[in-house]
Design a protein. Structure first.
Length: 147
């Protein structure tokens, strides 16, 4: 049933759904739920959680929020971008179609609550450049065998 639902979603929605599923599957809050019952199954960190784990959880949530914000903005091709978050600093990498898209992606990321700074490392694609991963060597049809 989940697969049928995912097939109906757009590519951007699939990316967001996958990020949310990953966050849910990572077991955030599961220890508290096991110890105190269903009422304690809140994503709040327990008193024994080290601060680095709290920051990592916050960074994962922040990355998901930035991904969703980029996917929701029609001016940005979010599937061409990767988002990394460390200590509240968002790093955007990948490709933007033009300088405006690069600028808009940074603005969208900065507007997400909790973002401390944005490092915009997006590369503006040159007109006529092949897509990432595409060969720059032209295909040459093979010659028929000589007789």
């Amino acid at each position: 049933m989940v697969l049928r639902l995912l097939r109906r979603l757009s590519d951007a929605s699939r990316l967001v759904a996958a990020a949310l599923a990953f966050t849910a599957a990572s077991g955030v809050g599961s220890i508290a739920a096991d110890e105190a019952g269903p009422a304690a199954a809140v994503d709040a960190p327990s008193a024994t959680t080290p601060s680095t784990e709290i920051r990592k959880e916050h960074d994962v949530d922040l990355g998901t929020a930035v991904s969703q914000a980029l996917a929701d903005d029609r001016r940005v091709q979010a599937l061409n971008m990767k988002i990394a978050v460390r200590n509240g600093v968002v790093t955007l990498t990948g490709r933007a179609n033009d300088a405006d898209e690069k600028r808009v992606a940074e603005e969208v990321a900065r507007r997400v609550a909790g973002v401390r700074d944005v490092e915009n490392q997006l590369v503006v694609a040159e007109p006529g450049a092949p897509a990432p991963g595409a060969s720059v060597i032209p295909e040459v049809p093979s010659q028929p065998p000589a007789r």
